[in-house]
Design a protein around this ligand. Structure first.
Ligand code: NAG
Ligand code: NAG
Ligand code: NAG
Ligand code: NAG
Length: 393
C-alpha cells in the first residue's frame, strides 16, 4: 500500500554467508534437540507412566526451555485434543494461541533497521484522507498544512500521478495509494478497514475541493469531543447554491445539531434532513462510528450517494451525536474533479454519465437497505416500522 519505503526486495547476502548461517542453524538445532529430548526422557521414565501426562510434561518442559508460558493455551485444550482451538480468536485464526494474535494493525510507517520499539517517534491519534488528482495540488497542499504531526496523512490518487507530490515536504511522511479513476468510498472500503485504522480516535474522509483557510484541525477535534459528536463535518460556506440547510454555516455558535428546512421537508424535528444528517464531502468519524459506517458501504456502489441519509443508523441517538461544527468551517469550491473522469456514454457528456450513475446507485442503495430492513423485521414477525423521515435512509 505504501508507495514509499521498502519496495519488497529481500536483503541480498553473499552465498558464503548464507551457507554459514544455514550450517550454524542446523548444528544448533540438532544439538539442542538431543539435549532437550534426553533430559525429558530421563525425567519421564522415572515418574510418569501415563501417556497423556507424558505429553503435558513434554510440552511444559519444552516451553520452560523455550521460555514460553503454556497456561494461556492450556485453557483452550479442554475438548479432548491437544490441538489449539481458541474460539475467542478472530474467525479463521482459531488454531493460533490467543497470546500471539494481532487482530488490529495501523498505518504507522516503520524503519527497516534497529529495534522495532524505537521505530515510532510519534503515534498520531487522528487520520485524514484526501482523494486527489494532481490538478488540485495547490489546494491539497494548503489543506494538508492544516493538519499537525498528530495526523496521519493518507492520499488516494485517482489519476495515477503520485510522484509530482514529492515536491512537498509533507509528502514523504504521507501514505500514497494509487488506483486509477476510483472514488473516495471505493478507497475507503478497501484501505480503511476498521481493524487497520483502529489506532485513530477520529478519521477524516475528505474531498479535494475544500477551502480550509478558516479551519484548524486540533481545534475542530476539541469541539467535536466537547459536544460529543461521533459523526461530524465542518460547516460549509458554499460558493454555489446551498443544497441542504443542515450543513450551512452559522456564525453565532460553535456547533449545531439541527436546522429548519423548507416546508414539508421534515415531518418532525429530529429526522433528516433537519437533524441526524450530514453530507458526504467532508465527514469526520469517531473510531466506533466508522466501524459501523464501513460495514454499510457497499462494494459496488462507489459514489456513496444515499450514505448521507443513512449514517444516522450508526449512532444513537443520532440527532445528538451528529452535528456540524460552525466555529471551524470550510468553503466548498465545487471544482470539477473526479466527475470529469467519467466516459461519455449514449451521447451524454462525461460529467452527466457520472451523475447518472450516482443517481442510479442512490436508488439501488435505498432499495437494498429497505428490503434488508424489512426482512429483518419480518423474521421477527413484525412489520417494518413506519419511517418518520420523508427521506428513507
Ligand atoms: C502465564 O500466563 C497466565 C495466564 O495469562 C498468567 O496468569 C501467569 O502469570 C503467566 N505466568 C508467567 C510465569 O508468565
Ligand atoms: C475441539 O477442537 C477442534 C479443533 O482441534 C475443533 O474443531 C472443535 O470445534 C472443538 N470442539 C469444541 C466443542 O470446542
Ligand atoms: C498534538 O497532540 C499533543 C497531545 O495531545 C498536544 O499536546 C499537541 O499540542 C498537539 N499538537 C498540535 C500541533 O496541536
Ligand atoms: C445506452 O442506451 C441503450 C439503449 O437505450 C441502453 O440499453 C444502455 O443501457 C445505455 N447505456 C448506458 C450506460 O446507460
Amino acid at each position: 500500500m505504501g508507495k514509499k519505503g521498502n519496495n519488497g526486495r529481500s536483503i541480498a547476502r553473499g552465498p558464503n554467508e548464507t551457507m554459514r548461517i544455514i550450517v550454524t542453524l542446523i548444528t544448533g538445532t540438532v544439538f539442542g534437540f538431543f539435549v532437550g529430548v534426553s533430559f525429558i526422557m530421563l525425567a519421564m521414565s522415572k515418574q510418569f507412566p501415563s501417556s497423556f501426562a507424558t505429553q503435558a510434561l513434554i510440552q511444559d518442559a519444552w516451553s520452560s526451555v523455550m521460555g514460553l508460558n503454556t497456561s494461556i493455551t492450556n485453557q483452550f485444550q479442554l475438548n479432548g485434543t491437544t490441538k489449539i482451538w481458541a474460539t475467542t480468536n478472530p474467525r479463521g485464526a482459531e488454531r493460533l494461541p490467543p497470546g500471539i494474535v494481532a487482530s488490529e494493525s495501523d498505518l504507522y510507517l516503520r524503519k527497516l533497521v534497529g529495534k522495532p520499539s524505537e521505530d515510532l517517534t510519534i503515534r498520531p491519534k487522528y487520520l485524514v484522507t484526501f482523494t486527489v488528482g494532481i490538478k488540485q495540488k495547490t489546494n491539497i497542499d494548503a489543506a494538508v498544512k492544516k493538519f499537525s504531526e498528530n495526523f496521519t496523512i493518507l492520499l488516494f490518487h485517482y489519476d495515477g500521478r503520485t510522484t509530482e507530490w514529492d515536491e512537498f515536504e509533507w509528502s514523504k511522511r504521507a501514505i500514497h495509494v494509487s488506483a486509477q479513476k476510483q472514488t473516495k468510498w471505493w478507497y475507503a472500503k478497501r484501505f480503511l478497514h476498521p481493524d487497520i485504522v483502529a489506532q485513530y480516535d477520529y478519521i477524516f474522509i475528505w474531498d479535494e475541493d475544500l477551502g480550509v483557510e478558516n479551519f484548524n484541525a486540533e481545534e475542530y477535534i476539541r469541539l467535536v469531543k466537547k459536544h460529543g459528536l461521533e459523526i461530524s463535518q465542518p460547516a460549509l460556506q458554499q460558493n454555489g447554491k446551498i443544497i441542504w440547510q443542515m450543513t450551512r454555516r452559522r456564525d453565532d455558535q460553535e456547533v449545531h445539531k439541527e436546522t429548519e428546512e423548507k416546508a414539508g421537508y421534515c415531518t418532525e424535528p429530529h429526522v433528516p434532513p433537519c437533524a441526524a444528517f450530514l453530507e458526504i464531502m467532508a465527514p469526520v468519524y469517531s473510531r466506533n462510528a466508522w466501524r459501523c459506517v464501513w460495514y454499510m458501504i457497499q462494494n459496488d456502489l462507489v459514489h456513496g450517494w444515499g450514505l448521507d441519509f443513512s449514517m444516522r443508523r450508526c449512532v444513537e441517538p443520532a440527532h445528538e451525536k451528529m452535528g456540524v461544527v460552525d466555529a471551524q468551517w470550510v468553503v466548498h469550491q465545487s471544482v470539477p474533479s473526479l466527475g470529469d473522469q467519467g466516459e461519455a456514454q449514449n451521447g451524454t457528456t462525461a460529467w452527466r454519465a457520472v451523475r447518472l450513475r450516482c443517481r442510479q446507485e442512490w436508488t439501488t442503495f435505498h432499495n437494498r437497505l429497505k428490503s434488508a430492513e424489512k426482512r429483518y423485521y419480518n423474521n421477527l414477525g413484525m412489520d417494518l416500522p413506519v419511517s418518520k423521515s420523508r427521506y428513507y435512509g
